[in-house]
Design a protein around this ligand. Structure first.
Ligand code: SF4
Length: 302
């Protein structure tokens, strides 16, 4: 069989060994060297270009159906649990907690849950919806039913590294939100990020109020392609008497976007984390679809 292997950045170090293992079984194997951002980012074009029979995507659960033979290989990583005692005091008095983590650590949630139960907490897990597949799983763009749980838990506890994954969930809650990072041995409240994001969003909206031309970003990544939404957004801009054009790329390069000097603002329909996370790298405002709607509403009221 002709196979293309695709690994996210943190797992690329395992690519050669896996390729040799599959070759020893009689397969022809190539490795995608492109950056990989998630299971939304399947290397389908590369697989088709080399005539592969199958794409094997490591490290993520299925994100959306693909019209290609794709095998997902989830990679569990057992993080050290020594950080858990550091979270006991900060969580004191917060009885019902919702545990969240990435697909790599979902298998550790029963053990982590038992730890917190032994400290008197009632533990719940978010339920998968949309692109999440397992109870307790978070994606940067999908937090399962976290918003529904907001009214019934006292706090959310994210177990894992970094702030990319928990930030999407954080924005759907009003409750105390803790990050318990087993790699940095650190426990911290992430609640301040809500206010920061709201302030940045307001800034983007204000700076786009005088924009006359809008570039609507459409990514060709398998799970990020939203041409229908982009077309509707472009129409709403033109209906407001302004200029819009659809801009297509697989991965958006902010330097190249910056060279599109005729555009006063951009609107993101790709990974929903692109606008809030990368806005500082562009000199022009990069709006979400909701922020564009606010901009157009505010202009209408003038
Ligand atoms: S957050 Fe962005 S990169 Fe991650 S799975 Fe969602 S669309 Fe893909």
């Amino acid at each position: 069989m002709k196979i293309l292997l695709q690994f996210p950045e943190g797992l690329k170090q395992k690519a050669l060994a896996k390729a040799k293992e599959l070759e020893a079984e009689g397969n022809w194997v190539a490795i995608s060297a492109s950056p990989t951002f998630g299971a939304c980012d399947l290397a389908l074009d590369e697989a088709r270009a080399i005539g592969a029979d199958k794409l094997v995507h490591f490290g993520h659960s299925e994100f959306c159906k693909a019209d290609f033979n794709v095998e997902y290989v989830e990679c569990s990583i057992s993080a050290p649990l020594g950080v858990l005692p550091l979270s006991v005091e900060p969580l004191d008095g917060l009885r019902r907690i919702c545990l969240l983590t990435t697909i790599q650590h979902v298998h550790q949630l029963p053990e982590i849950g038992k730890f917190y139960e032994s400290k008197g907490h009632e533990v719940v897990l978010n339920e998968p919806t949309g692109a999440t597949r397992k109870p307790g799983q978070l994606l940067g763009c999908d937090a399962g039913n976290v918003a529904e749980l907001d009214g019934s838990v006292d706090a959310f506890v994210y177990f894992g590294g970094g702030t990319f994954h928990p930030t999407g969930a954080l924005m759907q809650t009003t409750k105390p939100f803790f990050s318990v990072d087993p790699f940095r041995m650190n426990v911290e409240r992430l609640d301040r990020i809500r206010a920061e994001r709201a302030r940045r969003s307001k800034g983007r909206i204000v700076s786009a109020l005088t924009a006359r031309s809008f570039g609507i970003l459409v990514s060709t990544k398998s799970g990020q392609y939203h041409m229908e939404l982009a077309t509707a957004l472009a129409k709403s801009v033109e209906d407001a008497g302004l200029v819009a054009a659809i801009l297509v790329a697989n991965t958006f390069d902010f330097e190249s976007l910056g060279n599109l000097l005729e555009f006063d603002a951009f609107v993101n329909t790709a990974c929903p984390r692109l606008a809030p996370d990368d806005n500082g790298r562009l000199r022009k405002p990069l709006l979400s679809a909701e922020e564009l709607k606010t901009v157009l509403d505010l202009r209408n009221q003038k």
